[in-house]
Design a protein around this ligand. Structure first.
Ligand SMILES: [Zn+2]
Ligand SMILES: [Zn+2]
Length: 131
């Protein structure tokens, strides 16, 4: 069982601030083509949380990226904020948090789709698809 923490964060412009409880410290990076486009080239580094509170929710945009999921972003600055597995499982992009160093990379998924221009350091499992 991975250790869980509470964390705070915000989008780039600050129109949306975020408080989460029960964020998993051990995270995975996703190299799938949807995360690549969503994050502008970087893999998706994200953590599942027990609950999330948004301040400035009127600035929150939601894009239905599949029949079972939405991706959330700031309508003012475009920051990618979360993947929502419907109805209520929030997987937050760790880049929005004030202290991303509290998270540890414990695996990579969809490595078959990873662009060749980068590689992530560390000795952790690398899965070609979703394990
Ligand atoms: Zn913003
Ligand atoms: Zn992905």
């Amino acid at each position: 069982m991975t250790e869980k923490i509470n964390a705070s964060g915000q989008c780039l412009c600050g129109a949306i601030s975020i408080e989460v409880t029960g964020a998993e410290r051990e995270i995975h990076a996703c190299h799938c083509s949807m995360c690549r486009r969503w994050n502008g080239g970087a893999p998706g580094f994200a953590t599942q949380v027990d609950s999330v509170t948004f301040n400035g929710e009127e600035n929150l945009g939601r894009f239905e990226s599949s029949a079972w999921a939405e991706r959330g972003f700031c309508k003012a600055c475009g920051s990618s904020l979360f993947y929502l597995l419907k109805p209520d499982t929030y997987i937050m992009n760790v880049g929005c948090f004030d202290d991303p160093d509290v998270f540890e990379l414990h695996g990579e998924i969809f490595c078959a789709d990873k662009p060749s221009m980068y590689a992530l350091a560390g000795d952790h499992p690398r899965h070609a698809q979703m394990p």
